[in-house]
Design a protein around this ligand. Structure first.
Ligand code: ATP
Length: 275
């Protein structure tokens, strides 16, 4: 078996408490999971279950107060700023909202060359790399002279993906990266994520509340409920034969476009509620 790329071992995240008593607010209660090189782990759960916090913990942006997060076998849960910056070559992020995650005053060329220039790559080489990245995300080369506001939501998310890919990361934390897009654009961007993975071998921690997205993109799925993982399995196992009652509720609550399936779902929901 290949060694995991990322390992969470009994990870606890707590935010400092406010007011009298200042009891810390525990968001993650001891999370254990792994991601193999080149694998997509879908992380699902309802709003407030702690999905974003888990992604932020991997990125060093949430306070890990217990357990370990290991990347390539090394504990990265409590790194200093400099070590964390060095790790950004390996671990990148794509956020939900391409409108706010891209600097509106920078051209696409600046957005995509900046991560390279700060690490000492020569401008000519950086610009060559930008052209390859634009090809990879199916944007025309003349996009370089334009500002983010001149693109559609889907195109903007392609720019954000290209930026995440700049330095050939081995893991990308994707936090609801298609939730702000319409369904057709969602499908195209999801296909792009898959295609990039096949070409580069990058792994994804794919955070989403949407089970149809998870089914589309994930090799394995972990279900988060109130800060605990209640179920993990292959995408097919979890979405077709869920074991935990919470996963079943999540599936029954997921929107379905087909009216016949909707009627069946309603009947199942009523049966669940009655039992
Ligand atoms: N910086 C913070 N300080 C204090 N509490 C926080 C902080 N960030 C998140 N929380 C709390 O942690 C819990 C989990 O939040 P999180 O954003 O991780 O959930 P989520 O599953 O991603 O939800 P959503 O799908 O709505 O984004 C929530 O109760 C939230 O209020």
């Amino acid at each position: 078996m290949t060694a995991p790329l990322l390992e969470l071992d009994d990870v606890v995240v707590e935010y400092p408490g406010r007011g009298r008593g200042r009891t810390p607010f525990r968001v993650l209660h001891g999370i254990s999971l792994t991601i193999a090189p080149g694998e997509t782990l879908g992380l699902v759960g309802e709003s407030g279950s702690g999905k974003t916090t888990l992604g932020r913990a991997v990125l060093g942006l949430a306070p890990v107060t217990g357990g370990e997060i290991r990347y390539g076998g090394r504990d990265i849960s409590r790194l200093g700023k400099r070590e964390r910056r060095a790790l950004s070559e390996d671990i990148q992020v794509v956020f939900q909202d391409p409108f706010t995650s891209l600097n509106p005053a920078m051209t696409v060329l600046d957005i995509l060359t900046e991560p390279l220039l700060v690490t000492g790559v020569a401008r000519r080489d950086a610009e060559r790399r930008v052209r390859t990245l634009l090809d990879r995300v199916y944007l025309p080369h003349d996009a370089v002279h334009r500002l983010p506001r001149e693109f559609s939501g889907g195109q903007r998310q392609r720019i954000a993906i290209a930026r995440a890919l700049c330095r050939n990361p081995r893991l990308i934390v994707c936090d609801e990266p298609v939730s702000a897009l319409d369904l057709t654009t969602q499908a195209r961007v999801l296909d792009l994520f898959t295609e990039i993975q096949e070409a580069t071998g990058v792994a994804y921690l794919f955070v989403t509340h949407d089970l149809s997205v998870v089914r589309h993109i994930s090799h394995r799925v972990a279900v988060l409920y109130r800060g605990d993982i209640v179920e993990t399995g292959t995408a097919a196992q979890v979405t077709e034969r869920p074991e935990h009652a919470y996963t079943r509720r999540l599936l029954l609550a997921a929107p379905v476009p087909d009216p016949d399936r909707q009627a069946r779902r309603r009947a199942e929901r009523l049966k669940e509620a009655a039992s």
